[in-house]
Design a protein around this ligand. Structure first.
Ligand code: ATP
Ligand code: ASP
Ligand code: MG
Length: 316
């Protein structure tokens, strides 16, 4: 698309108006409190914060198509980080529990601009725990989520009042719904249907192998089913987080790459390191802008980001 002066002026006007608004000022206050609360929570739990990785030959293959620019630097090919999934696993060679506020670049298809929950640059609070089965990660998420909602209700009552938002503190444990059963009962849009019906967050668990990336671990007790989980917001806000146990053994990773019909060459550095030995682990990633959107009750994710990157649009 041609970037005309008229378009640049329109973009500048749009950003000037929103950056000077009370809405943006208030949303960023919520954003600050959310990041601070979550970072402090994990610090108190003994997590080490690792710095984000922006460029690497190794990144998340994802389970849906995106446009993938490749940068050639010093004669080597680098990708922009779509998620730090592999760096999380590798960081556990050095640490027991890690987290990162990780900028992700996913050049999503333009139709996702309409979803209200997709940006092409966003931040994940991404974490991983060594030797932890799925339940440990789920319990951590539930405690942190409940704590955050309680905190927001108390510390941000004025800001939430400004947005006319009332949030509910959910009770633990969150409900667990089987992916296959939910799909049978509600059809292909089951996630949307269940999210709209729900008044509390809930888990979707046990996702079939080909419906997710190769790195989530196949359940040793249920062939073809992964030991993973998505957290879904209530009130129709959709997916909050994805996570799971990971494949960590060289042979298993190779088998899973083949099952997804992907190329082991694209993951050769990961495989080389897996052949030296990785640890079992689990973890999850939660999108920060979607979380702020949910807390503030925004229709659209753009309202939760200072410089929103909307798929297909010229953004600053
Ligand atoms: P969805 O299916 O909702 O598009 P996804 O399953 O592709 O999301 P994951 O790969 O699971 O996304 O990423 C982990 C988390 O990062 C998501 O649960 C969500 O909170 C956030 N996230 C993913 N993609 C985006 C995006 N394009 N914009 C904003 N947040 C995102
Ligand atoms: N798979 C998630 C992601 O896409 C994160 C996770 O599983 O921890 O980023
Ligand atoms: Mg997901």
């Amino acid at each position: 698309m041609m970037v005309t002066n008229e378009l640049k002026e329109k973009v500048a006007d749009y950003h000037y108006t929103r950056l000077t608004s009370k809405e943006m000022q208030t949303a960023m206050k919520v954003h600050t409190h959310v990041r601070r609360y979550l970072g402090d929570y994990l610090f108190k739990e003994g997590f080490v914060e690792i710095p984000p990785v922006i460029l690497s030959p190794l990144t998340d293959p994802l389970n849906h198509p995106t446009l993938d620019p490749v940068l050639t630097c010093y004669g080597h090919k680098y990708q922009l980080t779509k998620s730090m999934i592999f760096h999380k696993q590798l960081a556990l060679l050095s640490q027991e529990k890690i987290f990162c506020f990780s900028p992700n670049l996913r050049f999503e298809c333009e139709d996702k601009a309409e979803s209200g929950c997709h940006l092409f640059e966003f931040t994940q609070l991404d974490l991983e725990l060594k030797d932890a089965p799925r339940d440990v990660s789920m319990d951590l998420m539930e405690r942190m989520y409940v704590g955050l909602m309680q905190y927001c209700k108390e510390a941000l009552s004025e800001e939430l009042g400004f947005f006319g938002r009332e949030i509910k503190v959910p009770s633990k444990p969150f409900k667990r719904v089987s992916y296959t059963q939910a799909k049978e009962e509600h059809g292909p849009d089951f996630e949307e249907v269940l999210s709209k019906e729900a008044t509390e967050p809930f888990w979707i668990v046990d996702i079939p192998l080909l419906d997710r990336e190769f790195y989530d671990r196949e359940d040793p007790e249920q062939e073809g089913i992964l030991r993973d989980m998505d957290l879904i917001y209530p009130e129709g806000f959709g997916e909050a987080s994805s996570g799971g146990e990971r494949e960590f053994e060289y042979d298993r990773i190779v088998e899973r790459i083949h099952k997804k019909e992907q190329d082991t060459k694209d993951f050769s550095i990961l495989l080389e390191m897996a052949s030296k030995g990785l640890s079992p682990s689990s973890g999850f990633g939660i999108g920060v802008e979607r979380l702020v959107r949910y807390i503030c009750g925004f229709e659209r994710i753009e309202d939760a980001a200072l410089f929103p990157k909307v798929p297909g649009k010229l953004c600053i």
